[in-house]
Write a protein that binds this ligand. Structure first.
Ligand code: PMV
Length: 362
C-alpha cells in the first residue's frame, strides 16, 4: 500500500498562477466508535459513522507562488475571518507532516479561511469536518496543479488518507451517508489507512436518518480527544473494548443493510455509553457528560417505552446528545424535543441534522 509520498510533485513556480479552492465538508457521527490508536493515527478498532449534513466546515485555500525563500511552510490562517494563532500553529504542524505527500506546499504562500456552521471543540466532531475540508482542499490543489487525480475513487481515497493524518475520524467524512474506517474481514477493501464508502450497504431508513444534536453544553472540552486516545494505552479495559467494538460492528453492518432499527439503536446507545464509560474509568478519570445529558437520556428512554417510536441516542466526545430517528416520525419526535428536551438544553438550543451527501466543492 502506498504511503502517498511523492517527491515528483514539484512546481515550476514561474508558471503557477495564484488561485483558490473551497470545500465544504460535514461532521460525522460514529455509531461504532474509534477510541484508541497506535502508530501514525492508526485505529485500534474499526469504526463506522453516519455522514452529517448541516454541521460542516467550509474552508477556502488561497495559494500563490512563494515570494520568500525561507524553508518552512508559509501560512496565514483566519477562523471566522479573524486570525487565530493557536489554530494556525496546529495547522502548520499538520501541513509540515504532509509535506512529503504534497512537496509543492513549500513552494507556495498559503492563506486558509475556515469557518464552522456549529460550535467548535464542543464534542460535535469539529475536527472531523475541519480536517476533511482541509484535506480535500490539499488533494484538489494537487490535482489542479498536476492533473494527477482524475479518477474520483482515487481522489476520495487520497483525501481520506490525508484527512486521517489530521484527525482519525476525519477520514470518514469524505463519503456520503456512511463510511467505515479500519480493516474488517467482512468488508472488502476496508483499511486502517483510509475510510471506505458504505452508502451502498445502507438501507434507505438509515440513508435518510435524522440526527438532532441537543446542546447540553457548548463549553470547550477540558480534555482533548488526543488525550483520551492516549489514556486508552494503559486502560485496564482496552483489549476487551477493542474486541467489543469489532463484535458491535459485525452486528451493525447487517442491521444497516436490512434496515433493523432496533438493533441499530441498541448498538448506537451501547457504543455511546461505552465511550463515556471508558473516559470515566481511565486513569486519570474524567467525565464529559452533564446532569442535563443524563436527564435527556432518561426522558428519551421513557418516551421510547411509552410510544414505541424508534428514537435512539448517541454521544460524541462531549455532553451533547445526538437523537437518531427515521424521517417518517419527524413530526412526533420534534414535538417531543420541543416539549421535553429543549428546555434542558443550553440556551434551549439544538441543531437539526441528518445523514447527508458528503463534501462539496464550492
Ligand atoms: O478523530 P479524533 O481523534 O478527534 O477522535 C474522535 C473520536 C470520537 O469522536 C469520540 C469517536 C469517533 O469515532 O468519531
Amino acid at each position: 500500500m502506498t504511503d502517498y509520498k511523492n517527491p515528483n510533485l514539484i512546481l515550476e513556480t514561474a508558471k503557477v498562477e495564484p488561485g483558490e479552492i473551497t470545500w465544504r465538508s460535514p461532521a460525522n457521527l460514529a455509531i461504532v466508535k474509534y477510541w484508541g490508536k497506535h502508530g501514525v493515527q492508526m485505529p485500534k478498532n474499526p469504526s463506522l459513522s453516519l455522514t452529517l449534513s448541516s454541521s460542516f466546515t467550509e474552508t477556502l485555500l488561497e495559494y500563490r507562488p512563494r515570494e520568500t525563500s525561507e524553508s518552512g511552510i508559509s501560512l496565514e490562517f483566519f477562523f471566522h475571518q479573524e486570525s487565530n494563532e493557536p489554530f494556525r500553529e496546529r495547522l502548520l504542524k499538520y501541513l509540515e507532516s504532509v509535506a512529503d505527500i504534497f512537496p509543492f506546499l513549500r513552494q507556495l504562500d498559503l492563506t486558509i479561511y475556515s469557518g464552522n456552521s456549529f460550535p467548535h471543540s464542543a464534542g460535535i466532531a469539529s475536527s472531523a469536518s475541519a480536517m476533511s475540508a482541509l484535506a480535500l482542499c490539499l488533494t484538489s490543489l494537487e490535482h489542479e496543479l498536476f492533473e494527477t487525480l482524475d479518477d474520483d475513487a482515487a481522489f476520495d481515497q487520497k483525501a481520506s488518507y490525508v484527512a486521517r493524518l489530521g484527525s482519525g475520524s476525519a477520514c470518514r467524512s469524505i463519503f456520503p451517508k456512511a463510511a467505515l474506517w479500519g480493516e474488517m474481514g467482512e468488508v472488502k477493501g476496508s483499511s486502517d489507512l483510509f475510510a471506505v464508502p458504505m452508502a451502498e450497504h445502507v438501507h434507505a431508513v438509515f440513508a435518510n436518518m435524522h440526527d438532532d444534536i441537543l446542546l447540553a453544553s457548548t463549553s470547550v472540552k477540558h480534555i482533548s480527544s488526543r488525550a483520551g486516545h492516549g489514556l486508552m494505552e494503559t486502560h485496564p479495559f482496552a483489549e476487551a473494548r477493542y474486541a467489543d467494538a469489532k463484535r458491535n460492528l459485525s452486528r451493525l453492518i447487517p442491521a444497516l443493510r436490512s434496515g433493523d432499527l432496533e438493533e441499530f439503536g441498541r448498538i448506537a446507545e451501547n457504543e455511546a455509553l461505552t465511550l463515556h464509560g471508558l473516559m470515566m474509568s481511565s486513569n486519570p478519570s474524567y467525565v464529559l457528560l452533564k446532569p442535563n445529558t443524563l436527564e435527556m437520556i432518561e426522558r428519551l428512554r421513557h418516551y421510547r417505552q411509552e410510544t414505541k417510536h424508534p428514537v435512539y441516542f448517541s454521544l460524541d466526545a462531549g455532553p451533547n446528545l445526538h437523537l437518531l430517528y427515521p424521517a417518517n416520525i419527524i413530526h412526533e419526535v420534534r414535538g417531543f424535543i420541543e416539549d421535553e428536551l429543549k428546555p434542558l438544553c443550553e440556551d434551549e438550543s439544538y441543531l437539526e441534522d441528518w445523514a447527508g451527501d458528503g463534501p462539496v466543492q464550492v
